[in-house]
Design a protein around this ligand. Sequence first.
Ligand SMILES: O=C(O)CCC(=O)C(=O)O
Length: 284
Amino acid sequence: MSTLAKAMSKFRLAVVQLHVTSVKADNLSKARRLIREAAGQGSKVVVLPECFNSPYGTGFFQEYAERIPGESTQMLSEAAKENGVYLVGGSIPEEDGGKLYNTCPVFGPDGTLLLKHRKIHLFDIDVPGKIRFQESETLSPGSAFSVFETPFCKVGVGICYDIRFAEMAQLYSKMGCELLVYPGAFNMTTGPAHWELLQRARALDNQLYVATASPARDETSSYIAWGHSTVVNPWGEVISSTGSEEAVVYAEIDLQYLADVRQQIPVTVQRRDDLYAVKPVAES
Ligand SMILES: O=C(O)CCC(=O)C(=O)O
């Protein structure tokens, strides 16, 4: 392997577990400071949490919604450029054409908007006595997949509930992604039960890296986030994680290691796609 190829096969990723408040200006300035801190530690890709500029909740989306470009994406663009990083801008409530979306804007190191991912699978669940949440009461779903290129690897983007859909991660893997990022905000019911398990499942199924960024936990907010921003490797191991407080989580993404895992256990080339379809069964 050439020296350049070797240099490009490893990079540092940072996940910012931001303490989000109801004051948008404070959320923006703190995010900016932590992006700078992450870049100062050598991170090339920085990921912010879901709803990083606004409290998470259907009652807040309209009030905090912005068009793109707007105040929050302007800050993200400047922060990406100032620090020379790929910036996965968590998500913000986006207003467009009279509709609201939960949208993740991604910026390149020159500050260009590379893509905006509108959450495809809206978080509508009802677990009696525990949690009922209906994003679809105020949000509309996106219908496009979102992948961007870096000099290191291709990255696929989903938002929170999107991680429950294995088909989406598999599609990203088939498109050549080696890292999946999910800004997310699981809660005190589904967080302990499913957050890490889902990340490890997506990573192991597809033999790639998975990174999640949550807001820090705020016991006083109407929706209490689980926290525990995490990075999982292609072997399905948690390589970096944190608790519930504000923190920056760092992980070394090693694409040679990913290639080694795929060679050792070659499921990606052993798939029997010729068999995986439900066929009508003849009635007897
Ligand atoms: O899937 C879950 O349990 C949580 C999802 C969620 O919080 C979200 O999509 O924002």
